[in-house]
Structures are given as C-alpha cells and as structure tokens.
Design a protein around this ligand. Structure first.
Ligand SMILES: [Zn+2]
Ligand SMILES: [Zn+2]
Length: 134
C-alpha cells in the first residue's frame, strides 16, 4: 500500500509539470525560428545552441518527474505502534498516531512529510544510504 501523497510532493509535481509544458512550448518556438533562419548561418547556430540547451533541461525535468513517482511508490504508510524511536530527518520522536512512512527496501521509518521532503531531493535513506531509486 502506498502512502497518500504529501502536499510537498504534490506541489513539486505541479511545479515540474508546468515547467515541462513551458520548456516544450519554448522548444516548439525555437524549432520554428530555426526553420526561418535556415539560410542565415550565424543566427541558425545561435538558436540551435539554445535549442540543445533547452532540450537538455527538458530531459532533466522529465527525469525528476520519474524520480518523484518512484520515490512515492517506495514510501509506504506505516502505523507507529510504540513511542521511543526518533525520526532521523527531524531528530524528533515518532509517536503513536503520527503519520509515518517506511522506505520499502530498507524498512527505515520516518515522519511521512520529513522523509518525502528528504527523499525527493536526495533519493536515499538518511540512515543507511539505501538508494531509493535503484
Ligand atoms: Zn521527522
Ligand atoms: Zn534505510
């Protein structure tokens, strides 16, 4: 069972989706400009350089969106059954009733929001460095 998506992940996804759309739009415009400048070599290579750069950025954004989905799949909701363990992200106690997530793969447990924020950036378990994307 996968954890309900934390608001932080939702915001990040919305940001990436909107960035993805803007980059695609920009690529379309640049490709059009390139067609129009086909017989003007300096302008052509200028716009071509920008186009390649923007395409590189689009790949990074696509990759981040995929990583986000994988991270969400590999954090599963758990119930805290006893007080006393600490969340290694915020160093605060995991208490009965807290929203918590377990990393599928190494089984380390954190507050849901803490590990979502950490994992979306680092893609590792803070305690054992397990690679969440592997
Ligand atoms: Zn925490
Ligand atoms: Zn771990």
């Amino acid at each position: 069972m996968s954890a309900p998506t934390p608001p932080f992940a939702e915001e990040r996804r919305a940001e990436l989706v909107s960035l993805h759309a803007s980059l695609e739009n920009l690529i379309n415009r640049l490709e059009l400009l390139l067609e129009q400048r086909a017989n003007s070599p300096p302008a052509y290579s200028f716009y071509r350089g920008i186009l390649l750069n923007v395409k590189g950025k689009l790949q990074i954004v696509s990759w981040e969106l995929r990583a986000l989905s994988i991270v969400e799949e590999r954090l599963s909701r758990v119930d805290i059954v006893k007080d006393g363990d600490d969340c290694a992200v915020c160093i605060d106690e995991l208490k009965i009733g807290d929203e918590a997530s377990k990393i599928v793969g190494c089984s380390h447990i954190y507050h849901k929001e803490c590990i979502a924020r950490w994992a979306l950036v680092n893609h590792t378990c803070p305690m054992c460095m397990y690679d969440i994307l592997q």
